[in-house]
Design a protein. Structure first.
Lengths: 393, 538
């Protein structure tokens, strides 16, 4: 048991720095932490990531650490992806399912060392992790508060790190992990992120958080670095086609109404399911689904016109076949995109559907039946995201 | 003597609701109340100058929003103000704080067990699934499973469909939930003693069962299925005390032309040729009506104010067997100021909610052991609130009123009536317990009203002082409440009906039994229904 704590909302290890830069005082609650929704202007923050470097404080992200001789085997049982293929110092995006094959959450697994892994998740899941751990020699620790983290994203992010003295950082491949000495300790850097751009995430002990922030912003000053809030991040992830738990799907354990949770196939994440593994949570149900078919399909839509298709119903001809979960005008791709869940018989790439969009201008509501086309995926997918060595800008 | 269209016995919230709907349909309705004041157990009284005590029911959540709106209770003075917070104090000086803010709550759970913080979300979702199953049936008459009438078949089909919508495991989960103990249910989610203890209280309140007695998981649901303004599971204070619920209902009833007669104790339901004909009062007066509705509990109705000769033998037996056991008492206390609780800042928002001093399930089970031994719990479970922190109408500014629900207290002490010494001992046990966690509490007491189950029975008329007018166990729920064959509010005698908490969907200040009974009566009279249906929960 921990001692009493009268604080109503927690502050991240970077809070003093975030607070100083949060000019418009727009905060929100991210899993009990005070987190900036925007610092100055959502649009400028968005473009910082697409043109310079944007910094997002991801410290509130739920983080679990797995150690012990069975850590790898345990994770392979927990998640759908084959973890044995993830080498040390590599990161993998994955989902994990309940026994019905429905997605409980998505997240990233960091292979930190021999029998040593970290899982970053949207939702708390320690209870489920412990259930799944029966019979495995693995130690599971919630280290959310013990690790401070920042997403440092954008075309000049590599250059900023080079200026900080992280020699050779340009050679870090996507989903790779590296480490540098910092202030007598160490900072871990992974080439990962939620923006679809060239970018990194840094992981550091909380005591060094402020020092790292100061060094980062000092180095980035000449390269247009600025902090970004969750509103800008939402635009960025939409443009690059990343799903958001709680928005694009309901974590299975939180779903109250029958039929509201989704399988990986129904979220377009079938590529994360490795049936080569003999055992993993949800395998039996997922195999059955693979053979018998899914209920829903998850589609990316290119929507005609410039009105975001927020909360729109999707039609095939006159038939209502689904609803939009995320929609936005994408400022870099200059495209109007939407993510939608539709009945499984719809949603082949190239298919034309219709979005019923309602929008308001000066209290006048207008309804638009906008044609949309099912597209492959991300509308923003620049080469610099993958290039190694990473470019300077 | 004047003849009415209908006479309702008992001016509690269900009697008044029933009467209001009958009067709204155009009937000439009389409500009889044995006390000098209305409200039954939904009452607030000034028992100490300038202090108002809600001396029976003390918080509001179950009162159906459909009825509040339909009978225009806000216009008649009812305001329900939600409250949050809550604390379970531990013996070691620590506590569990039931924060109103969800993330803050989860962090507090994590302080006791990180795993439990994650399990809490699963627990919430699972309880909400059960809540959503039962809520649509609150404003409906239970189907008769033995009937082939189209209406019963339709209602049974709806019940089956609701179970069906719970998914493959829904039926299994539901059967387990309705029959298992609250202790076993919570053991499937949590490892922290204090969190289990905090949540288990809702499973035993008003129930003569222990935390490990089968059936108590459902009782928890009974405390989660209400709502305040759509926030399911939330609780609030009726501004001015629970008596303001009865006051608003009575004003609504009077606005439809109804009549309320206080100091009028019903002695006998008059039955002639197998039909209800009226009510004979204790003072000898006789009042006549072809519709007589009893808002008394089933035992009192069939064994006290009806002639056994007028009833089918099975009804008499079923009434005798009806489980309505006293399990709780109450202390209402006028305080000279706000007491301090060890370890908790005085301005903590947690103070606005319920306080408990039972920090483990074994401790709660031991409290039940005392009840079985026919004495009050020596270390009782209390549900304690200080509504004056939110409601300024209950005490002078700066002064406070404390409501302490106490469990367990048996209807009889070692087989005999409660003596003055027993009552004093019970009071001392509770005051000492509170004082263990609040050193300045005793010095602040200006007045204390202590009510044993026997006091509650004598004043309010609830048999054995059972607050729900019958245990909320599966054998006495839905189409078995109060007993099989009589769950559709009709009594065994033509023209005689039941509308108390002893009928579906049970106790608490819900008003649904009163409304549902009115719907059946109006149907029998071929009158236009005035009772609203339930809101859609989707």
């Amino acid at each position: 048991m921990m001692p009493h704590d009268e604080t109503m909302i927690l502050e991240t290890p970077f809070h003093s720095r975030c607070l100083a830069l949060c000019e418009i005082n727009l905060w929100e609650d991210w899993k009990g932490y005070r987190s900036a929704a925007a610092y100055t202007s959502v649009e400028q923050e968005y473009f910082a990531v697409r043109s310079n470097t944007g910094v997002f404080d991801i410290s509130p992200m739920i983080k679990y650490r797995f150690t012990g001789p069975d850590a790898g085997a345990y994770l392979n049982r927990l998640v759908t992806r084959d973890i044995s293929k993830i080498a040390i110092d590599r990161v993998a995006y994955t989902v994990w399912c309940d026994d019905k094959g429905h997605v409980m959450d998505d997240g990233t697994i960091f292979h930190l060392g021999e029998n040593d892994y970290r899982l970053c998740a949207y939702a708390r899941c320690l209870d489920w992790l412990m259930w799944s751990a029966e019979g495995f020699d693995v130690t599971i620790v919630d280290e959310t508060a013990e690790v401070a983290a920042l997403a440092v994203q954008g075309p000049t992010s590599c250059a900023v790190f080079k200026d900080m003295g992280f020699v050779g950082i340009e050679n870090l491949k996507p989903f790779g992990i590296t480490r540098y000495p910092f202030e007598g300790s160490e900072v871990m850097i992974s080439r990962t992120g939620f923006t679809g751009d060239l970018g990194y995430e840094i992981w550091i002990e909380p005591a060094l958080a402020e020092a790292f922030w100061d060094a980062l912003f000092a180095a980035g000053k000449l390269r247009g670095i600025r902090p970004i809030g969750s509103a800008a991040l939402d635009m960025l992830r939409t443009e690059t086609g990343f799903l958001q738990a709680g928005v694009d799907f309901i974590p299975a354990e939180e779903a109250i109404r029958t039929g509201r949770s989704r399988s990986p196939f129904e979220l377009g994440l079938g590529w994360l399911v490795s049936f080569d593994k003999p055992v993993f949570n949800g395998r039996k149900a997922l195999l059955k689904e693979k053979q018998e078919g899914s209920r829903y399909a998850f589609v990316y839509l290119d929507v005609d016109g410039n009105k975001p298709a927020e909360h729109a119903f999707i039609y095939a001809g006159n038939k209502e076949v689904g609803t939009v979960t995320t929609a936005a005008w994408c400022p870099t791709a200059k495209t109007n995109v939407a993510f939608a869940q539709v009945d499984a018989t719809y949603g082949k790439v190239g298919q034309e559907l219709v979005a019923e969009i309602y929008y308001e201008r000066e209290l006048k509501w207008t309804r638009v039946m906008a044609k949309c086309t099912v597209i492959e995926g991300a509308v923003f997918n620049p080469p610099r995201k993958r290039q190694t060595p990473a470019p300077d800008f | 003597m004047k003849k009415y269209d209908a006479i309702v016995i008992g001016a509690g919230h269900n009697g008044l609701t029933n009467a209001a709907y009958l009067a709204k349909a155009g009937l000439n309705v009389l409500v009889l109340e044995k006390n000098a004041y209305i409200g039954g157990a939904t009452v607030s009284r000034e028992l100490y100058p300038n202090w108002k005590y809600s001396n029976c029911s003390y918080v509001c959540s179950l009162l159906r929003p459909e009825i509040i709106r339909d009978l225009e209770l806000p216009r008649h003075g009812l305001q329900v103000v939600p409250y949050g917070g809550g604390v379970t104090f531990k013996q070691n000086g620590d506590y569990f704080g039931n924060h109103a803010d969800h993330e803050r709550l989860l962090r507090e759970v994590a302080r006791h067990s990180k795993r439990d913080a994650s399990a809490y979300e699963r627990y919430e979702a699972d309880v909400m699934k059960q809540t959503r199953l039962i809520r649509p049936f609150l404003m409906r008459t239970p189907p008769d499973p033995t009937s082939l009438k189209p209406r019963d078949l339709k209602e049974l089909a709806l019940l089956a469909k609701s179970f069906g919508s719970m998914g493959e495991e829904g039926l299994a989960d539901t059967m387990r939930f309705w029959t298992m103990s609250i202790g076993e249910f919570l053991d499937e989610y949590f490892e922290s003693d204090v969190i289990k203890a905090h949540l288990a209280g809702s499973g035993i309140i008003g129930t003569a069962l222990g935390v490990y007695s089968p059936g108590t998981a459902y009782v928890l649901l009974h405390h989660y299925m209400g709502d305040v303004d759509g926030s399911v599971g939330a609780w609030g204070f009726a501004r001015g005390g629970m008596g303001s619920v009865a006051a608003a209902l009575s004003k609504s009833f009077l606005s439809f032309g109804g009549t309320i007669q206080c100091d009028a104790e019903a002695a006998q339901i008059i039955v002639k040729n197998g039909k209800a004909k009226g009510v004979a009062l204790a003072n000898g007066d006789e009042l006549y009506a072809d519709i007589v509705v009893s808002n008394l509990d089933p035992k009192r109705t069939f064994l006290k104010i009806m002639d056994e000769g007028d009833l089918p033998a099975d009804v008499v037996t079923k009434a005798k067997n009806f489980k309505i056991r006293g399990s709780s008492g109450k202390l209402n206390i006028a305080l000279d100021g706000l007491p301090t609780f060890t370890g908790l800042p005085k301005d903590s928002p947690l103070c606005l909610g319920e306080k408990h001093f039972s920090d483990s399930l074994p401790k709660m089970e031991r409290a039940y052991d005392d009840w079985k031994a026919e004495t009050w719990s020596k270390d009782p479970y209390v549900d304690m609130l200080i509504p004056t922190q939110i409601d300024p109408t209950m005490a002078p500014p700066g002064k406070h009123m404390m409501s302490v629900f106490v469990q367990y207290a048996p209807p009889k002490i070692n087989g005999g009536d409660w003596t003055a010494e027993d009552k004093a001992g019970f009071e001392k046990t509770v005051l000492d317990q509170i004082s263990n966690y609040s050193p300045d509490f005793k010095d602040l007491i200006l007045h204390c009203e202590t009510r044993t189950p026997q006091d509650i029975e004598n004043e309010v008329g609830l048999t054995e002082g059972n607050i729900f007018m019958g245990e909320l166990t599966f054998d006495q729920l839905l189409f078995n409440r109060p007993f099989p064959g009589y769950a559709q509010y009709r009594g065994p005698v033509k023209g005689m009906y039941m509308c108390s908490s002893g009928t579906h969907p049970g106790g608490g200040v819900m008003a649904a039994p009163g409304a549902n009974a009115a719907r059946e009566i109006l149907m029998d009279l071929s009158l236009t229904n005035t009772v609203p249906g339930g809101y859609d929960d989707d």
